[in-house]
Ligand binder design. Structure first.
Ligand SMILES: O=C(O)C1=C[C@@H](OP(=O)(O)O)[C@@H](O)[C@H](O)C1
Ligand SMILES: C=C(OP(=O)(O)O)C(=O)O
Length: 432
């Protein structure tokens, strides 16, 4: 049965401040790297979203003792060789990051394992990681020649490769580097544009040497990870929903605290600034090995822009909410070079265009993105769906703040994948 949630009514404005919950990419990596490290790793401000809980569940099934209390995780790592053959199937849920990074770890293990995920994961291409991993000697089998889950992995000795990735993907880069840790020789990955570099930063925090030269990252096999303490910054991809909410809602001024500002993730900041948003960046600091700041955003007069090229990997998960932002700008916004959107939790070109069209936005899909003609006219209420995609669900909830009439959202529970307290934060900031 479908769940339906009545979204908030049009608000008078947004005010106050919230602390943005932990970064999803960094939370996953804290648990994964802690599990293959030697000694106890602490992960503070861990994101307890469903995706990261799937990662914990998979490593527990491989015998790693992991304690989670509120947002603190203790991982009792026993090294790569301390992982045990799982007796059960590893369930990655809805998480692409879990699936692709864990394949890099399982490929060089000394046991057999099986991976399964939900319906959405079953449609997402895994050959982008299984293909380079097989070049390294991995034994991976699965649906459509190992291109889709369910997948089975038989751990095998690996050899280093120099991989030129056709896509700018941190998941591909990370899977190959993690396998590279177990391979004989130096493994390198080159990508067409820089994707998020949390793996590189965190592997160094665990004591590994990682070389970077332009768009190529290299790692020498045989290195061991030493346990450490990770403090996870707030997730800029979660903050993006409220940054846009503050900019497009009248009478608003909100502060988002503890936002991760890694330059490979700050495309949304560039877009807001280029569109003319009233945004201030305060209290810039380094926490652990990642930059962090507090952001204040105020109701803004925006203009349409072009978003393309190397900027795309720096904001790929923010495109659904950027489409809503563009609907409130003067002029046309063109988003291109973003065909990666088609292989996320949903085809995000289709789901964004379909759902925003229902609310009255002038938006067209293109082969590799979308074109939005903005206007300040309020949107109109309708029944919309997240299609089980957390980022589509949150984008529609933010749209409800500027919509006349009721919006009913099908499948709102998908939001818990990355932002379990999203609706509490929304309520906390709203003025009616
Ligand atoms: O490595 C990561 O943590 C992620 C990488 C990105 O995917 P791709 O590597 O497929 O671009 C992003 O969309 C995803 O939400 C998280
Ligand atoms: C694409 C996403 O995540 P993943 O690939 O881990 O499912 C996302 O969070 O928007």
């Amino acid at each position: 049965m479908k769940t339906i949630k009545k979204l908030p009514q049009k608000v008078k404005g947004l005010e106050g401040s919230i602390i943005i919950p932990g970064d999803k990419s960094i939370s996953h990596r804290g648990v994964m790297f802690g599990s293959i490290a030697e000694g106890k790793t602490l992960v503070k401000n861990f994101l307890t979203g469903e995706d990261c809980l799937s990662t914990i569940d998979c490593f527990r099934k491989m015998g790693v003792e992991i304690n989670l209390k509120d947002d603190l995780v203790e991982v009792e790592g026993k090294g790569f060789d301390g992982l045990k053959e799982p007796e059960e199937i590893l369930d990655v849920g809805n998480s692409g990051t879990t699936t692709r990074l864990i394949l890099g770890i399982l490929s060089g293990s000394n046991f057999h394992s099986c991976l399964i995920g939900d319906e959405s994961i079953g449609k997402r291409p895994m050959n982008r990681v299984t293909s380079p991993l097989r070049m390294m000697g991995a034994k991976i089998d699965g649906r459509k020649e190992g291109g889709f889950t369910p997948l089975a992995v038989r751990g095998n000795p690996l050899k280093a490769i120099e991989y030129v990735s056709p896509v700018a993907s941190a998941q591909v880069k990370s899977a190959v580097l993690l396998a590279g840790l177990r391979a004989e020789g130096v493994t390198s990955v080159s990508e067409p544009a820089k994707s998020r570099d949390h793996t590189e930063r965190m592997l160094r925090a665990f004591g590994c040497e990682v070389e970077e030269s332009g768009l190529t990252v290299s790692i020498k096999g045989g290195q061991t990870l030493k346990s450490t303490e990770i403090i996870v910054p707030g997730d800029i991809s979660s903050a993006a929903f409220f940054l846009v909410a503050g900019a497009i809602t009248q009478n608003s001024s909100i502060t988002l605290k503890n936002v991760g500002m890694n330059p490979t993730r700050t495309g949304i900041i560039d877009v807001l600034q280029n569109m003319g948003a009233m945004l201030s960046i305060e209290n810039e600091r380094i926490v652990n090995f990642e930059p962090v700041a507090d952001l204040t955003i105020t109701s803004s007069n925006l203009k349409g822009i072009e978003i393309s090229g190397d900027l795309i990997p720096r904001l790929i998960d923010e495109i659904p909410i950027i489409a809503l932002l563009a609907s409130q700008a003067n002029g046309v916004t063109v988003i291109k070079d973003a065909s990666e959107l088609k292989v996320k939790e949903t085809n995000r070109i289709d789901t964004v265009v379909d759902e925003l069209t229902k609310l009255g936005v002038n938006i067209q899909s293109t082969d590799d993105g979308m074109i939005i003609t903005g206007s300040k006219t309020p949107l109109s209420g309708n029944q919309v769906s997240s299609y089980g995609d957390h980022r589509i669900g949150m984008m529609l909830a933010i749209a409800s703040l500027i919509t006349n009439g009721d919006i009913n959202l099908e499948n709102p529970e998908a939001i818990a994948v990355s932002y379990p307290n999203f609706f509490n934060h929304l309520e906390q900031l709203s003025k009616f």
